[in-house]
Design a protein. Structure first.
Length: 136
């Protein structure tokens, strides 16, 4: 969970919206935008997963092996550092938001895979950049 970035537009500050707003987050992403992204991926022949559970950790660091195993036990399919607070703020603002997550590694839980590193992540991102930019 991230804690170092603003998580709401309703924080009581003089430049923010007044009051408190409890946004339902049972389904954080917009289903309409998600379906459009899935249709485009199908048409472009891009491998995708139509559903999954994502957990966001505070970066900039990779999770420990214990954390990674715990997240898997919780049912997380993807561990990332970039989805929160964006998805929360989009829901507060009424913006139909979805995310394209490009997996770069298995994190440290999968013992027979190359260990996660910044170099490996950047290499995989570069390899996948064309796929991501072709989704319009």
């Amino acid at each position: 969970r991230t804690t170092k970035r603003e998580q709401t537009f309703y924080d009581g500050g003089s430049s923010c919206l007044p009051g408190v707003c409890h946004i339902p987050m049972a389904e954080p992403f917009c289903s309409k935008t998600r379906e459009i992204l899935i249709d485009v991926a199908k048409k472009l022949g891009i491998k995708y997963h139509s559903k999954g559970t994502m957990i966001t950790i505070e970066g900039p660091r990779f999770s420990s092996k214990a954390e990674s195993l715990m997240f898997r036990l919780w049912g997380a399919d993807v561990i990332n550092m970039t989805t929160v607070p964006e998805v929360v703020l989009a829901r507060e603002a009424g913006i139909c938001y979805a995310s394209v997550a490009m997996a770069t590694d298995f994190d440290c839980w999968k013992e027979h895979e190359e260990a996660v590193s910044v170099d490996r992540v950047l290499k995989t991102l570069k390899e996948n950049a064309n796929k991501a930019t072709s989704i319009r």
